[in-house]
Design a protein. Structure first.
Lengths: 114, 116
């Protein structure tokens, strides 16, 4: 079965640069979530989208923005990168409105800011 | 208050033995979902098992079972016949509805080490 696809798998950037992470949800899933996981930490919720509109916002810095496109894929744009942004970034998708809704994760993008 | 509490930062288990990873949750919703995810050292987050709040039977998926005790608000993961490949970080998570949208909460994780 198709899973959540994230690209790139690894990304190395310098401080103050920008980065764009992409997420392709499971087909028919209408909701996308972005999480940030620092070393040894649990995933921290950043932002979510339902039907191309922001549905919830977590601890996402103002330097970051995200959107969901008409084909339901999502992109997380990160500007003015800081050393502390180095983390594993997960995208997850689900089908909203299902009683037994489950959250499925992509493999993550490992971002290293040097 | 913490929505999900995992009190065991790390655990050891002998290969082929069973192990229980603890998880307690806090919600006032009647309808919610509970999940367990496995995160090996490679980093991906692997869905293991799901329990709905209205499900009367404990969920089972192969060697994984979820010991759901609703009154105690606990959702412990039981891994039977541990294998070396089970060594990983395990996260308990909960889904509840907030403002008509699903919201997911994660615990701090338990690192399981399976000894040969």
């Amino acid at each position: 079965a198709a899973g959540v696809i994230q690209s790139p798998r690894h990304l190395i950037k310098e401080k103050r640069e920008t980065a764009t992470l992409k997420c392709y949800p499971i087909p028919r899933h209408d909701t996308v979530y972005w999480y940030q996981q620092g070393p040894g930490q649990d995933p921290q919720f950043l932002i979510s989208f339902y039907e191309k509109m922001q549905s919830d916002k977590g601890s996402i810095p103002d330097r970051f923005s995200a959107q969901q496109f008409s084909d339901y894929h999502s992109e997380l744009n990160m500007s003015s990168l800081e050393l502390g942004d180095s983390a594993l970034y997960f995208c997850a998708s689900s089908l909203e409105g299902q009683r037994n809704e489950k959250l499925f994760f992509g493999s993550g993008t490992q971002l290293s800011v040097l | 208050a913490q929505k999900i509490t995992q009190t065991q930062p790390g655990m050891f288990v002998q290969e082929k033995e069973a192990v229980t990873l603890d998880c307690t949750y806090d919600t006032s919703d009647q309808s919610y979902g509970l999940f367990w995810y496995k995160q090996p050292s490679s980093g991906e987050m692997i869905f293991l098992i799901y329990q709905g709040s209205y499900d009367e039977q404990n969920a089972t998926e192969g060697r994984y079972s979820l010991n759901f005790q609703k009154a105690r608000k606990s959702a412990n993961l039981v891994i039977s016949a541990s294998q070396l490949g089970d060594s990983a970080m395990y996260f308990c998570a909960m889904r509840e509805v907030l403002y008509n949208f699903n919201k997911f909460y994660f615990g701090s994780g338990t690192k399981l080490n399976v000894k040969p």
